[in-house]
Ligand binder design. Structure first.
Ligand SMILES: [Zn+2]
Ligand SMILES: [Zn+2]
Length: 255
């Protein structure tokens, strides 16, 4: 692979290493594009605090750090400035102008929770509850329709363990929406090498049937995650098994 748009920093509280080490690791892997997309801050009400993302007050430093690296490594590697962002309708109207003011260049959709996160289920927790599956699909489709997102990170994060035909019916709709919005879907390398429940084969089969395009993303939470080419091989097996349309690079959508 020559491009990775899914890279975190220490600010999200569950990633390690300094930013420059990620750039060096990407160069060693032969990437020509390394997009940073740390977990976006959100505008939550005062009575709720998320520990898996940077604070709004850290956004300036995040942007300055990435832009300084872009300058330092100009001519060697492109470094777009992005975020991995949930679509939370209660937060977005307040958040979006802030992100624009800071010069954020792209956002990838990572729908980790439903609703507005507070008090809502984590999408990756096993459930037989159809309303959670349905809620995840509806919210993701709404997100895609905003036109804000460059691609959809680990769309198969939702962990529905009920009837397979119900899963397929819902997720097919999600794939159809991705296709009609022209939004690529990400095969997530972190999920592969760390043995998570995603990528889910049945999802990628649907994505292929619906003609969706796909990208491979490292979801790096440490510099060495940019060197897990064993996971890239596994991702390519999925691409080839189902005949998925793989994009080597994506065009960034302006937020
Ligand atoms: Zn993360
Ligand atoms: Zn991520």
């Amino acid at each position: 692979m020559i491009a990775n748009y899914h890279t975190h920093t220490w600010r999200c509280n569950h990633a390690t290493g300094d930013e420059e080490s990620y750039v060096k690791a990407a160069l060693e892997s032969g990437f020509s594009i390394l997009g940073f997309s740390d977990h976006a801050p959100q505008c939550f009400p005062d009575n709720y605090h998320s520990t898996i993302r940077m604070e709004l007050e850290q956004l300036r430093d995040y942007c300055d750090t990435i832009l300084a690296l872009r300058k330092k490594y100009a001519g060697n590697i492109d470094i777009p400035l992005g975020l991995e962002l949930e679509y939370y309708p209660g937060s977005l109207p307040k958040l979006l102008p802030i992100l624009k003011d800071h010069g954020i260049e792209y956002a990838i959709l990572g729908q980790h929770f439903l609703g507005n996160e507070a008090g809502q289920p984590y999408a990756g927790r096993a459930t037989e509850d159809v309303s959670i599956l349905d809620g995840y699909c509806r919210q993701s489709m709404d997100a895609m329709q905003t036109g804000l997102f460059t691609y959809f990170a680990h769309p198969d994060l939702i962990r529905y363990v009920g009837e397979d035909r119900v899963y397929r019916r819902h997720m097919r709709r999600l794939c159809q929406e991705a296709k009609s919005c022209g939004l690529p879907l990400e095969i997530n390398m972190l999920g592969i090498w760390s043995g998570r429940h995603y990528p889910q084969e049945r999802f990628w089969e649907l994505a292929a049937e619906e003609g969706c395009s796909v990208v491979i993303g490292c979801d790096a939470h440490a510099p060495e995650h940019l060197k897990r080419m064993d996971a890239e091989d596994k991702a390519m097996e999925i691409v080839n098994r189902y005949g998925l349309r793989l994009l080597e690079t994506v065009s960034l959508r302006k937020i």
